[in-house]
Ligand binder design. Structure first.
Ligand code: GDP
Length: 471
């Protein structure tokens, strides 16, 4: 608001305080307050309601209870390396072939559907929580149940714990598969005991965690495991509305020399039809060929069904959300907007703070904290400098010395500065050659001084936008 009015944040905050609104620099104020303050400060205010292309293009219809029908669960398999995730996914896939489904062999498209007692379950075919986590990091929530594979002969290992935490963070139920039960001396009871340490209390001990002993090698226990998946899914009452524009998540994507971009999509709501116009992340196009996980061409796919499609102009990124949309011109506009937003975000990432741009960044409201790394020739001056610099904090920006040390400015100082977006301040010390090179690469500002007062003066001036330009 301050920058739109060409005033300082302090002036705006003063006006707010004068009118009884206690506000800090990083607080959000509503339109009425903003209008009041702006008018008070002699600005003309107009209310503008912005409807984004995204909002106009993408169907955000809230499904009503009578539109919703049950859908099948989507399952991810997680666990420590070598505990048998891939083997389990293979064994499950085989179960299905035995059941004699027409079409037979499953293709690897990144997800597949099996049926147990006539009820379908969709498995994400990428074991490990790395894929799961990167999707979640991108905001994609496409799994309903996690199967946690724990090898009976190895027990709970670091990645098992990670998997537990990821599933818990995503708030999805965990079914534990104690694998390798065919091995001599394998004992599921020890695993159950270990699980209790992570708040996974087995059902037979009064908790609500289902634990299934299995062998991915012999196939023992796989059917029971799948039945437990169905049972868990039924308790979740998973539902979707097949009669709306499709939306879901990109599971896999690659570029084929002959067929162009190929993407595996998991439909999460609505129904995807051949010929639909879709927008997936920054890719747009019409579904040209759509095949299921058995390699059969299909015309439409409803909720929880994974399909492989061609027709996108570009290769999307796994974890991207996709939406079927109606207006091609708007879809292309939205794609351009998203590309620009990605570029802006990348540029912002690249634009490190320097004493020269500090004030501008403060004005834009980007800087609430100025991080500094102090290196000096003796411990005494490092500490003295730290104290004096931190005293420069004012209500607009807090000066924080994140590291103060003795000796030449080295590469690890630069690395820290780069990740923490800090400026390096040297006292009677210089960067070594490696540090100089990496500072240049990472755009880290290094300032060197001989006298403490010079450093304080210069940084203070920079914070006020009064730093004399360097030639
Ligand atoms: P992932 O890293 O979790 O995907 O583990 P894999 O599925 O690749 O399995 C790791 C190793 O354990 C492989 O050598 C498998 O053959 C073996 N393995 C997997 N499941 C079983 C099982 O039920 N019994 C036995 N004896 N070995 C298994």
């Amino acid at each position: 608001l301050a920058s739109r009015m060409k005033k300082t944040a302090t002036e705006v905050i003063k006006t707010l305080l004068k009118n009884g609104v206690m506000a800090t620099i990083n607080q959000t104020i509503d339109f009425d307050t903003a209008e009041f303050v702006a008018t008070e400060m002699g600005c003309k205010v107009e209310r503008e309601v912005v409807v984004t292309i995204e909002e106009r293009l993408i169907d955000d219809h809230q499904d009503t209870e009578d539109e919703l029908v049950p859908r099948s669960p989507v399952v991810v398999v997680m666990g420590h390396v070598d505990h048998g995730k891939t083997s389990l996914l293979d064994a499950v896939r085989k179960t299905n072939v035995v059941s004699g489904e027409a079409g037979g062999i499953t293709q690897h498209i990144g997800a597949y559907t099996v049926e147990i007692n006539g009820k379908p379950i969709t498995f994400l075919d990428t074991p490990g929580h790395a894929a799961f986590t990167s999707m979640r990091a991108r905001g994609a929530m496409c799994t309903d149940i996690a199967i946690l594979v724990v090898a009976a002969d190895d027990g709970i290992m670091p990645q098992t714990v990670e998997a537990i935490n990821h599933a818990k963070a995503a708030n999805i139920p965990i079914i534990v598969a104690v694998n390798k039960m065919d091995k001599h001396g394998a004992n599921a009871e020890n695993i159950k005991q270990e699980l209790t340490k992570y708040d996974l209390i087995p059902e037979e001990w009064g908790g609500d965690t289902i634990v299934c002993p299995i062998s991915a090698k012999t196939g023992m226990g796989i059917d029971q495991l799948l039945e437990m998946v169905i049972l868990t899914a039924e308790m979740q009452e998973l539902k979707a509305n097949p009669n709306r524009a499709a939306k879901g998540t990109v599971i896999e994507a690659r570029l084929d020399k002959n067929r162009g971009p190929i993407a595996t999509l998991l439909v999460q709501n609505g129904t995807l039809h051949k010929g639909d116009l879709i927008i997936a992340g920054t890719a747009v196009g019409r579904v040209r060929v759509m095949t299921d996980d058995k390699g059969r061409a299909i015309q439409s796919a409803g909720p929880s069904i994974p399909v492989e499609i061609t027709g996108l102009a570009e290769t999307p990124t796994p974890g991207d959300e996709f939406d079927a949309v109606a207006d091609e011109r708007m879809a292309r506009q939205l794609v351009e907007q998203r590309k620009q937003a990605e570029k802006d975000a990348a540029a912002k990432q690249a634009s490190k703070v320097t004493l020269d741009n500090l004030f501008a960044k403060m004005q834009e409201g980007e800087m609430k904290e100025l991080n500094l790394i102090v290196k000096a020739d003796v411990q005494g001056s490092a500490e003295a400098v730290r104290a004096s610099l931190e005293k420069l904090s004012n209500e607009e920006v807090r000066v924080r010395v994140i590291h103060a040390g003795v000796g030449a400015i080295n590469e690890s100082d630069i690395l820290l500065a780069s990740t923490a977006n800090a400026i390096v301040v040297g006292f009677n010390v210089r960067p070594d050659a490696a540090a100089q090179a990496s500072a240049q690469r990472a755009n880290v500002d290094i300032r060197m001084y001989r006298v403490i007062y010079d450093a304080i003066d210069e940084i203070e001036a920079a914070m006020k936008g009064m730093l004399a330009p360097k030639y």
